[in-house]
Each structure stands twice: as structure tokens, then as C-alpha cells.
Design a protein around this ligand. Structure first.
Ligand code: MRU
Length: 364
């Protein structure tokens, strides 16, 4: 647990658990890069708000926060038997699950906690709570390992000196460590690959500027910040050898939801023949959805576009604004999807089935 001020954002835990006070700890990402503040949460409304308001964000980090969060809530349930406990646990779980719709890691992590609850229903409640705590901490630990494996597979797709473009923040701040899209960059950096990274600022919430540029720069990576409308120019200039992005949900056919604007980058990359890689933990692959049109896309408040970052409103009062938080990149624009169990290429459904078979085998 890291709460004291560190020198470098890379030394902080994005999501953590305080075993003494039984609280969820988060870096409040809405304040970055200007202020590094750790917030402590122990009630359902505060945890729901932290996810909705993007104090914690990025699909894997949301999953880890939800797992620790539901444990923190479960530990405070007053119940005399399992039925009473489970009724309240399920209510809290449904509530947290309603905080954001697109990143499937949220319900994936909550379902894992739910399964743990049911699997240990015969235990006395204090022992059941121990099992829930173990599961939440395992989800966090696994996330670090998953990101590292994605990084190693991703690194095999690039070479020293390459120019890499990324969109939004699929970095350490979006995961337990390394990030997904940034994992090949961090592992390559450790090996002296000297990548030149280009980070899209990512309107309207500026995750690329406030978070990706910040964390890469803090880690000593050569990073250049771009406005979202510049990717065609840098690709035309031949500065970009590969694009790496994260994802919030991947459908069975490989269609991928990620931060709004990702599909623009993918379309431009196809035009300029730049490989476009999606980094996806298997927890983000939703085989129950046949294609990307079935992925629920979060729509957020217009004020995030018109006012939020400006001293004065930057649009006429009362203007209509469309603010989808994610878009879906068609699988035909994706060169490959990098998972912790290997690199999937089209046809994706078959490739994912193979990856899930490998995951099952390695579990045994
Ligand atoms: O709205 P956000 O900031 O949660 O969106 C995050 C992204 O789109 C990330 O690219 C995605 O969650 C992958 S994070 C490893």
C-alpha cells in the first residue's frame, strides 16, 4: 500500500487495498497530472461515483477496483446467515455493475467475486469473507502478470527505434502495472529499444495527455503529445511503425470497443499500411456477443465536451453535443489482437477459441 507522496507516478499503486482499515485505495485520476491524491473508499455510493466519474478508469483497473470494492462492502454487511448476507451482497454487486456499461471487466470481476461467494456458501461468514478477500487480491495480482505477458507478445511485433502511436490511456494507470497497450513499450524501454511514442490527447477527457503522456514521460520514455486530428499527418510522414491500443470489450468476431476515436486511428492506419494492434486481456473478450454492434456504448454528459476543461464555455449555450465514450473498430481494420495467451489473427472467433483452450489447459 502506497499512500505517502512518491517522487514518481510510476511508484504508486493505481488500485490498492488497505488491510488495516479495510478500504479501497485509488489514485484520483481526475486530478492528474497536477495533483497525486490517494482516496480511501468504503461505501457503495463513493465506489460507484469513483468508477462513474473516472477517478479510476481503464477496463482492467475498473475490474480490480470493483473486486476490491465489493469485498470492502461485503466485509461491512451485517447478516446472521448466508441467505441474508448473499441478498445484500447481490444488491451491492448489481449496483456497482451499473456504474459503467462498456468495459466488460467490471461485470467479469464482479461475477468472479459472486462465484467465489457461492462456492463457499457453506463456510461461516468470517471464513467466506477471507475467501472473498483472497479472490479480490488474486484478481489484482493476476492483472499485473497478464499485462506483462501481453507486453512480451506485443514486443515481438516491433523493433528497436520504432515509432508507436497509442490512443487514450491503456497504461499503468489503467491496470495494476505495465498497462496493456503500453506494456510492450515499457518492456522494450527496459531493454533499451528507444521507441518514439506518440500519444493522442484523446478528447474530450484527455486521458492521452493527462495520463499516457504523463506516465510515459515519468518513466523516461520518449513521448510526443498529439491532438486527435494529427494521426494522418504523422502516419503520412512515416513516423509510425505500429499502433497499439487497449480495449474495453472485444466481441467474438474481433470487433473491438475502445475509447472514442480509436476507429478513426484504425481507419487511417489501414490507409497508410501501418499495423494496428489491440492489446486485450482475455477478461476483455466477450464471446457471448457475436459482433461489435451488440456492445453497449456509454454516452456521457455533453458538458464534458462544451465546458469541462475550459475557463469559459467553448460552445454556444444550449448547443446539442453527442458524447459517446467509446467506438467500435471493425475487425477488418485490426492487424492482430494481443492477449496474455498469444497473438490472435483473423478469423478471430477461431483464434479466440484456441486462446481460451490454452487458458483452460494452463489453469490445470
Ligand atoms: O473512459 P476510460 O478512460 O475508462 O477509457 C479507457 C480506454 O478506452 C482504454 O483504452 C481501455 O479501457 C483499455 S485500458 C487497458
Amino acid at each position: 500500500m502506497t499512500e505517502n507522496k512518491q517522487n514518481n507516478i510510476m511508484d504508486y499503486e493505481t488500485v490498492d487495498f488497505d488491510p488495516v482499515t479495510c478500504e479501497l485505495l485509488l489514485i484520483d485520476q481526475t486530478l492528474l497530472p497536477n495533483e497525486t491524491k490517494i482516496i480511501r473508499l468504503s461505501n457503495a455510493k463513493d465506489i460507484w461515483d469513483a468508477i462513474y466519474l473516472l477517478k479510476v478508469r481503464g477496463a482492467p483497473a475498473i475490474g480490480v477496483a470493483a473486486a476490491i470494492g465489493i469485498y470492502v462492502l461485503a466485509a461491512r454487511i451485517k447478516a446472521s446467515d448466508f441467505e441474508e448476507f448473499y441478498a445484500e451482497f447481490s444488491r451491492q454487486k448489481e449496483y456497482l455493475d451499473s456504474s459503467r456499461p462498456t468495459a466488460v471487466n467490471l461485470s467479469w470481476a464482479l461475477n468472479r467475486m459472486d462465484q467465489t461467494c457461492i462456492a463457499h456458501k457453506e463456510l461461516p461468514l468470517p471464513e467466506l469473507l477471507e475467501e472473498l478477500k483472497k479472490e479480490a487480491l488474486a484478481i489484482k495480482k493476476e492483472d499485473t502478470l497478464v499485462c506483462k505477458m501481453i507486453g512480451e507478445y506485443g514486443l515481438s511485433l516491433v523493433k528497436p527505434g520504432d515509432g508507436i502511436l497509442t490512443h487514450c490511456n491503456a497504461g499503468q494507470l489503467a491496470t495494476s502495472k505495465y498497462g496493456t497497450a503500453t506494456a510492450p513499450i515499457y518492456l522494450g524501454h527496459e531493454k533499451g529499444y528507444n521507441f518514439r511514442v506518440f500519444a493522442d490527447e484523446t478528447r474530450p477527457l484527455l486521458q492521452g495527455a493527462r495520463l499516457t503522456a504523463y506516465e510515459l514521460h515519468s518513466a523516461g520514455v520518449d513521448v510526443t503529445l498529439l491532438c486527435d486530428n494529427m494521426c494522418a499527418m504523422v502516419m503520412k510522414n512515416r513516423w509510425i511503425n505500429a499502433v497499439f491500443v487497449g480495449c474495453d470489450r472485444v466481441a467474438a468476431n474481433g470487433d473491438t470497443a475502445n475509447k472514442i476515436g480509436t476507429s478513426v486511428v484504425a481507419t487511417v492506419a489501414k490507409h497508410y499500411n501501418v499495423p494496428f494492434y489491440v492489446c486485450a486481456p482475455t477478461s476483455t473478450i466477450d464471446m457471448s456477443l457475436e459482433h461489435g454492434n451488440l456492445i453497449p456504448i456509454e454516452e456521457r454528459k455533453p458538458e464534458e465536451i462544451t465546458k469541462m476543461w475550459y475557463e469559459k464555455p467553448m460552445a454556444p449555450e444550449g448547443i446539442k453535443a453527442f458524447n459517446p465514450a467509446f467506438d467500435v473498430t471493425d475487425h477488418s481494420l485490426i492487424t492482430a489482437i494481443v492477449t496474455e495467451f498469444g497473438i490472435a489473427r483473423a478469423p478471430y472467433k477461431e483464434a479466440f477459441e484456441e486462446i481460451f483452450r490454452k487458458k483452460e489447459t494452463e489453469k490445470k
